[in-house]
Design a protein around this ligand. Structure first.
Ligand SMILES: Cc1cc2nc3c(=O)[nH]c(=O)nc-3n(C[C@H](O)[C@H](O)[C@H](O)COP(=O)(O)OP(=O)(O)OC[C@H]3O[C@@H](n4cnc5c(N)ncnc54)[C@H](O)[C@@H]3O)c2cc1C
Length: 521
């Protein structure tokens, strides 16, 4: 272990990791007058919330990892005066379906009107399923309205929280019963149930029939953002979100260093020393009154020399594409409507179960459930005047372990399957629509969880750094706290996985760490 440097600069706080949570923590602390140094190993800030030109010679800013925002509270946007534009999509989702030899599809509008009602009726043969859908999502909206304000408060006990809810039964059911059963109380059609259930599986390899709460927690966070659960498009891409946070931190006086890889943390009663290596390999150290861990908990354990905790395992296949034109659909639906929302492919409830069983048995699912979405239909600013479109694909039940023996080979096979599955609903092959990069290669870039781990230092490629937690003090010791405790009193967790409510692009991890350090209730 290196020793403390007598000449090291001293800061009130050193933030390890410049993901969006690290940036939010840095901004709040600097605005409160703290001296702050933030160290990020990559050449850019933002972690999984970034935009980049993924394909050489193709002048398009792709949200390379995360792409939609729901959980970032308006309070954080207002506190930090973030100049963000988050735009609603006109379409919530479209699900292409082949039934009785006919290509059709289920359209769900953002504001569910006559077209949505008609689509449900055509698919299911009556109005009952749409009524069940509206009842379920009505109940979820009530729960979201009650839960969202608690996310920016200290953690309540389960009893305190239940006392604030207008629908404690739904909260209880999501916590205690299998998600498949809760959804099954309201919906009967296999395709419709699947659309709802996917929110329990994003980045989470859960068994929908288990009462372990894993799928229920993932589902809940996908439905409660800002009291509506709406997933909005960040204008300018995800890089605009983390860029605004970085600007707020810098404007408040925080020093933000990129290309700075933290190699060790020493802790003392009055703080700690942070050691890092810069892009040229030179070593540096800084003393800190507090260390704020914007990196994943497993990374923090390694830096502290602590025994590593349980290693997480990511479960998603991520594919970025740039298209010359949007492909036509066999159903005849307008592609500029279909791809503006989340397009669910092979995500019927039975298909989700089959994929889970196969991945659990160590096999890449024969049919990989996935969803695709086109950012540039809602926000053309990211493609400029190129006339191109960006499409992102998120595959489910493709856990890291499946890629361990042969990452490239398994990734290629997974891409082959999802492209063939999508083609089954298209009137023209996807390959004919892909743009070409400067070297004449199709603009399609895929990442397994192992690839995400290598690029972002997200252990196991888990998009939340580990399984999500209920937004409540299930551990009585956490009641009334911000849920940011780490292994040492002078080290505070701020990241997605390090904090109780920090998952996804929410800033809630960084917010909670800052509130804890500033002693705010
Ligand atoms: C493919 C993908 C798709 C996703 N889609 C969405 C979505 O659409 N919407 C959504 O809300 N969420 C989405 N997520 C999840 C969300 O992006 C993450 O949960 C969130 O961005 C995590 O933020 P963070 O700041 O806590 O951590 P991170 O973004 O992981 O940032 C941690 C930072 O710490 C740095 N770091 C690590 N070790 C060191 C070290 N030793 N020294 C210095 N720096 C270090 C890393 O380089 C990184 O920049 C997605 C994630 C992925 C991967």
């Amino acid at each position: 272990m290196p020793t403390r440097s007598d000449t090291a600069a001293r800061y009130d706080a050193v933030v390890v990791g410049g993901g969006h949570n690290g940036l939010v923590a840095a901004a709040y602390l600097a605005r409160a007058g703290w001296s702050v140094l933030l160290l990020e190993r990559l050449g850019t800030l933002g972690g999984a919330a970034v935009s980049s030109q993924v394909f050489p010679g193709v002048d398009v800013r792709v949200s390379a990892y995360s792409y939609l925002v729901s959980l970032l509270p308006y309070r954080i946007v207002a506190d930090l005066a973030l100049p963000l534009q988050l735009v609603d999509r006109a379409v919530a989702s479209y699900t292409p379906v082949r039934r009785a030899g006919r290509d059709t599809g289920l359209l769900v509008e953002r504001e569910e009107g006559p077209a949505t009602a008609a689509a449900f009726r055509e698919l299911t043969g009556s109005d009952a399923e749409f009524a069940g859908w509206q009842r379920f999502y009505g109940r979820l909206t009530t729960l979201a309205e009650d839960l969202a304000p608690t996310l920016t408060e200290p953690l309540a006990t389960p009893a305190e929280l239940a006392g604030r809810l207008r629908d404690p039964r739904l909260w209880h059911d999501l916590r205690e019963r299998p998600l498949a059963d809760v959804v099954g109380d309201h919906l009967t059609d296999d395709v419709v149930r699947g659309i709802a259930l996917t929110d329990g599986l994003i980045g989470t390899a859960a068994d929908l029939h288990a009462a372990d709460g894993l799928a229920g927690r993932c589902f809940l966070y996908h439905l409660i953002g800002n009291g509506s659960g709406r997933w909005r498009v960040p204008v300018g891409g995800m890089g605009a979100v983390s860029g605004a946070m970085a600007t707020a931190a810098r404007a408040a006086g925080a020093e933000l260093l990129t290309g700075a890889t933290v190699t060790a943390l020493e802790t003392r009663e009055d703080g700690g020393t942070v050691h890092w290596t810069d892009a040229d390999g030179a070593t540096h150290a800084a003393d800190a009154g507090h260390v704020v861990a914007g990196c994943a908990p497993t990374v923090l354990d390694e830096l502290l020399g602590s025994p590593p905790g349980l290693r997480p395992s990511g479960s998603q296949l991520k594919v970025n594409m740039v298209l010359r034109r949007l492909p036509a659909l066999r159903s005849g639906a307008d592609p500029s409507v279909v791809f503006a929302g989340t397009t669910h492919v092979d995500e019927a409830a039975g298909q989700l179960d089959a994929a889970h069983a196969q991945s659990r048995a160590g096999r890449l699912p024969d049919v990989i459930p996935f969803e695709v979405y086109c950012h540039s239909l809602t926000d053309p600013s990211i493609v400029g005047d190129t006339g191109l479109h960006t499409v992102t694909l998120c595959g489910l039940h493709t856990p890291a372990e499946l890629f361990a023996a042969d990452n490239a080979g398994t990734r290629d096979e997974a891409v082959r399957r999802v492209v063939a599955q999508l083609d089954a609903h298209l009137a023209e092959p996807l390959a004919d629509c892909l743009a070409l990069d400067a070297d004449g290669r199709p603009c399609l870039q895929a990442s397994s969880p192992l690839d995400v781990e290598v690029s972002l230092a997200m252990p196991g490629g888990h998009i939340f750094h580990g399984d999500l937690a209920w937004p409540v003090a299930d551990d009585p010791a956490l009641a009334g706290t911000w849920g940011v405790t780490a292994a040492h009193p002078r080290v505070v967790a701020a990241s997605s996985g390090g904090t109780v409510r920090g998952g996804a692009v929410s800033g809630l991890g960084g917010f909670a760490a800052a509130q804890h350090l500033l002693g705010r209730r």
